[in-house]
Design a protein around this ligand. Structure first.
Ligand SMILES: NC(=O)c1ccc[n+]([C@@H]2O[C@H](COP(=O)([O-])OP(=O)(O)OC[C@H]3O[C@@H](n4cnc5c(N)ncnc54)[C@H](OP(=O)(O)O)[C@@H]3O)[C@@H](O)[C@H]2O)c1
Length: 285
């Protein structure tokens, strides 16, 4: 058994590789120097040479704001290449997991999004990930697509790390309190990926995040408390005062009901996950 994790140097990919190896599962991780999603026509031969038994795609163009200027490239990385990987998996009868995002929704809902709710991405990144979902499922109806949100972990750069750096410098910071989502720890998500591969529920799209929700402001205050610095350093602001090139969904909460109903283990609340994650995420080099 050899798992292939694409995008293995990213937040989720690194965690998954680490977890697989800690479970004594052979795992090969590739980054862009080995399998470059900018060159879809080269991917098939490279996958063939690796000859995996399981494939998980954690690779993606994830710079949401920069994506607004690089639509064509973003679509190649987030849609064309995942489609090729999906096709390879189908032809070899390999189980395949592809990761997608809450950004496929417009964020105008007030209740958690279900898998079958209509998508309406508001950014180039969100559109490319939706295209990716379609490419993957069109080319491989046996694929699993896990949509997640607000991902953080010990590896790579992410919201808690950026906030922690500022708080450690005693900076006050303005954080939006009008965007709601479910912070999701890479460790819990990596375990969820392994469970899907193990249990093989009905194929298709699943929403998988840590449970419950908060605003970025509330998350930042929670980070301050973990650092034992004054949470009042974090000030609330709104999205209008913090305009960025790409639109963010105001409401990103994904319903995990389908996941639970398929007999898969529900992820714990984001607060419980953060309690355990904080130590490894907030560690300084
Ligand atoms: N982060 C979030 O909050 C979030 C939320 C919802 C869904 N997701 C999805 O979750 C998945 C994992 O996200 P993440 O946070 O782990 O992202 P990440 O840390 O940015 O990792 C993405 C990885 O993809 C690689 N990559 C980018 N362009 C590539 C290319 N041309 N060829 C090969 N590899 C390439 C990156 O390599 P380089 O570092 O060399 O660019 C990086 O290692 C993605 O599908 C993302 O869309 C993330």
């Amino acid at each position: 058994m050899t798992w292939l994790v694409l995008g293995a140097k990213g937040q989720l990919g690194s965690e998954l590789i680490y977890l697989l190896r800690s479970l004594n599962i052979e795992a090969i991780g590739t980054d862009r120097s080995e399998i470059d999603f900018e060159k879809p026509d080269k991917i098939f031969a490279k996958l063939n040479a690796i000859n995996p038994t399981h494939i998980v795609n954690c690779g993606a163009y994830t710079q949401v704001d920069k994506a607004e200027e690089e639509k064509e490239l973003v679509n190649i990385i987030n849609a064309d290449s995942p489609g090729i990987i999906a096709k390879f998996a189908l032809e070899r009868y390999l189980p395949f997991v592809h990761i997608s995002t809450d950004y496929v929704f417009d964020g105008n809902s007030v209740v958690p999004y279900k898998e079958e709710d209509p998508v309406n991405p508001q950014s180039i990144y969100g559109k490319s990930k939706w295209l990716g979902e379609k490419e993957v499922l069109n080319r491989n109806p046996t694929a699993y697509i896990l949509r997640t949100a607000w991902v953080y972990g010990a590896h790579g750069n992410n919201f808690p790390k950026v906030i922690a750096k500022k708080l450690r410098n005693n900076e006050t910071l303005n954080v939006v309190n009008d965007q709601t989502g479910s912070p999701t720890w890479t460790f819990d998500l990596a375990k969820a990926i392994i469970e899907v591969m193990d249990k093989r529920p009905k194929t298709g799209i699943y929403h998988v995040t840590n449970d419950d929700s908060c605003s970025w402001f509330e998350f930042a205050q929670t980070i301050a408390k973990s650092l034992e610095v004054d949470p009042n350093l974090v000030k609330p602001t709104d999205s209008k005062s913090f305009v960025r090139p790409a639109a963010r969904p105001k409401f990103s909460v994904l319903s995990n009901k389908k996941w639970k109903n398929a007999g898969l283990t529900p992820l714990r609340s984001w607060k419980d996950a953060w309690q355990e994650a904080a130590k490894s995420v907030l560690i300084t080099d």
